[in-house]
Design a protein around this ligand. Structure first.
Ligand code: GLA
Length: 703
């Protein structure tokens, strides 16, 4: 039995092993009309590998494999670990259609009490294959799963593999990193109860350009992502028998054990895989397409508006008159949503107190929050608010009333980070309380934008005596999703910005339930550009919230012009974080012009494809956007590190790659007309008309 799952331009072909013990990968790559042979055991396996260890299994368990890595570990508590599987043919479901394909293959273990179903779906809109598993326990005793990953991916790039990934820390997220793996295991993940600041759950694999390149051309690139916002692990294992490198990923197996009591089941998070024949950049574009078409609820400006956020201008010193002064200027600049960040609620004079007490501070807002919101709306903007609903300060009424609501390892001291504890969202009463707090806020005040923050890892979970106590990071994440779903369903006009001390919780699952994400607390434009460059390799511009600020970066502190700072923020979802009262009339005037220009271009930035040229640390770096089919403008954001333009030197050129070779384009604002072929071959001159150190070039197709 063989099944071909079609994506937009690729095929994913799997078959059932002849003995019905598992599903194997037969082909993953460009669509061709060649019939794919089902995988068969190599005639001669050298060494110690058994057939199940060397088969390119789509999902493997201990007990089935003997020495090779397994995505699933089964422990029934009787020393006979593992399970072996036989397909339940009657339960196989394969649907193939115009819009996409789906496959479910169920297996029963040798005791007849565990059922494992492998799921896969594709869509004709994009090139992503989504895979996950369900495990059901119909036996009478509990089964423990010390590891219950989502999928194993047999990536056909040979065993000497280049892995591109994203690593970082607070204010330095999404740094591009690369490792060349030559027979070994590479593992990234998070034990932070969240996606985490250290790694993004996504890798790109290509064959190492030398010895193994005959196996696959280097232009053949594969991406694998885990769509999960709790603790996780992703491992790349090139030490396999066969011609592929295995990527396995799922809920973190170090900090989590799933328990299935009699009659219970576990549905894993989804994992996503993508192939591109256009190399690493092609994989980025394939992710973007998927995120635009399958994850975003829409791509309208309503849910990615121009924001002014007053945090950096005021920090905790929130005063209504001051906020209104800022709002007045923001409205003049063309801002669409005025967001009040931290510091608006009772007792919140610093990060040491108040978290959890979500009522507007009567001292700061004698007329209630609506007094500010109404005035903001009168000025033609929407009103937005910051919340951090998962956490509580010890110095808060909430904690004084419900000290038992936080995660705590019994008998150990409570751990506070940024002076706060985490609410146990594994408890139904706590989740309901959070939902009610948000409902009350959103119905009592005309709020249409929420910035949801989370400023510490989730640690020390584990409810003593609860058989599911070791799943707290899974429960927490599912409750977070549940609340986000509630917000979408009950308040569809409310835009949601997801934040966790900057980019601490960004993944495809968050993208599917929020509208924009706060990529980093780093707002220094030069450092921000490095973060955005890495971000765009796996995530799209339409979620990349970015503020113009007057702060210098933590690392590269060299100054940049206001235009440069706008050009950085305009390449995503533009916002402003500066103290607007400190800007003079000229700066405000310039800012207003840039906001207007951004509004003309955002359709291309948010709905198009993007590709980066060079690196932000190069002298010249460019991010290129090509608009969607109904708006095929090309927008080039160009950044120059060498800001001294007085020196006599050749005027720089950029080399866009997304133009159609046989079309002509006018460089907007000039008489210059270029053909697509000449622009790609000889480049486009950068006049630096936008700013001395940055430019925004628009190429309008003429035919
Ligand atoms: C986090 C966020 C910031 C800001 C502060 C407020 O650090 O990432 O943008 O909201 O919290 O306390």
């Amino acid at each position: 039995m063989q099944w071909t799952l079609h994506t937009r331009a690729t095929d994913y072909v799997v078959s059932l092993l002849p003995d019905g013990s598992g599903v194997v990968l037969d082909y993953w790559g460009e669509r061709t009309d060649v019939e794919r042979e089902a995988w068969s055991e190599p005639a001669r396996i050298t060494g110690w590998a058994t057939p199940s260890d060397s088969a390119p299994l789509e999902y493997a368990s201990n007990g089935q494999r003997h020495t090779a890595f397994s995505e699933l570990l089964v422990d029934r508590g009787d020393s006979r670990t593992g399970a072996s599987w036989r397909v339940d043919e009657a339960g196989i479901a394969f649907e193939t259609g115009q819009r996409g394909d789906s496959l479910d293959v169920p297996f029963i273990d040798e005791t007849g009490t565990l059922r494992l179903t492998l799921h896969a779906t594709t869509s004709a809109d994009h090139d992503v294959v989504r895979r996950w598993i369900t495990l059901e326990n119909s036996g009478e005793s509990a089964v423990e799963l010390p590891r219950a990953f989502s999928a194993g991916w047999n990536v056909p790039v040979g065993q000497r593999v280049r892995v591109d990934y994203l690593a970082g820390s607070w204010s330095r997220e999404f740094q591009r990193r690369r490792v060349d793996l030559d027979w070994g295991t590479f593992s990234i993940g998070s034990r932070q109860g969240m996606t985490g600041l250290a790694f993004s759950p996504v890798v790109t694999l290509t064959a190492l350009p030398d010895i193994d390149s005959f196996v696959r051309p280097a232009s053949h690139a594969y991406g694998v992502a885990l769509e999960w916002s709790g603790s996780w692990r992703l491992q790349v294992d090139s030490n396999q028998v066969g011609q592929s490198t295995r990527v396995s990923c799922g809920v973190d197996d170090d900090t989590t054990t799933i328990t299935l009591l009699a009659g219970e089941s576990f549905v894993s998070p989804q994992s996503a895989g993508v192939f591109s024949a256009d190399g690493v950049d092609g994989v980025s574009q394939a992710w973007h397409r998927y995120q635009q078409l399958a994850l975003a609820r829409d791509l309208t400006p309503w849910h990615r508006p121009v924001v002014y956020n007053s945090w950096m201008a005021t920090t905790f010193d929130v005063r209504i008159d001051h906020q209104l002064e800022l709002a007045g200027i923001a409205a003049d600049l063309g801002v669409e949503v005025f967001v009040v960040d931290d510091g608006w609620f009772v007792g919140r004079t610093s990060d040491r107190a108040g978290l959890g007490d979500w009522t507007p501070d009567p001292a700061k807002f004698p007329g209630g929050l609506s007094a500010l919101a109404d005035r903001v709306i009168e000025k033609g903007m929407r009103f937005g608010l910051w919340v951090e609903p998962e956490c509580v300060n010890p110095d808060s009424d909430l904690f004084r009333q419900h000290p038992d609501w936080v995660y705590r390892a019994e008998g150990r001291p409570l751990l506070s980070i940024r002076n706060q504890y985490v609410l146990d969202l594994g408890r139904q009463d706590v989740v309901e309380w959070v939902e009610d707090v948000l409902r009350t806020l959103l119905t009592s005040t005309p709020i249409s934008y929420i910035k949801w923050d989370m400023n510490r890892p989730v640690t020390d979970g584990g409810r003593a005596g609860d058989p599911h106590g070791r799943e707290w990071s899974v429960q927490h994440t599912r409750s977070y999703y549940r609340i986000l779903r509630m917000l979408r369903a009950e308040f569809p006009d409310v835009t949601l910005e997801a934040c966790a001390s900057g980019g601490g919780r960004i993944d495809n699952a968050v993208l599917a339930l929020s509208d924009v994400v706060w990529t980093s607390d780093e707002v220094g434009a030069r450092d921000r550009l490095v973060i955005q460059d890495g971000f765009l390799s796996a995530y799209p511009a339409h979620v990349m919230s970015s503020w113009v600020s007057d702060d210098l970066g933590h690392r590269d502190r060299s100054p940049s012009s206001l235009g440069y700072r706008f050009a950085v923020a305009m390449a995503g979802v533009l916002g402003i974080g500066s103290d607007l009262l400190a800007w003079d009339a000229e700066e405000r005037d310039e800012a207003g012009r840039h906001v207007a220009r951004y509004k003309e271009l955002r359709n291309v930035v948010h709905r198009g494809t993007s590709v980066t040229h060079g690196r932000p640390t190069d002298n010249l770096y460019c991010v290129e956007y090509r608009g969607p089919a109904d708006d095929e403008r090309i927008v080039l954001f160009v950044y120059d590190r060498d800001r001294d333009r007085t020196r006599d030197r050749e005027q720089p050129r950029v080399f866009p790659t997304t133009l159609d070779a046989d079309r002509r384009y006018r460089v907007a604002g000039s008489e210059q007309v270029v053909s697509g072929a000449s622009a790609r071959g000889s480049g486009v001159l950068v006049p630096f008309g936008f700013a001395s150190d940055a430019d925004v070039l628009v190429l309008d197709p003429l035919d």
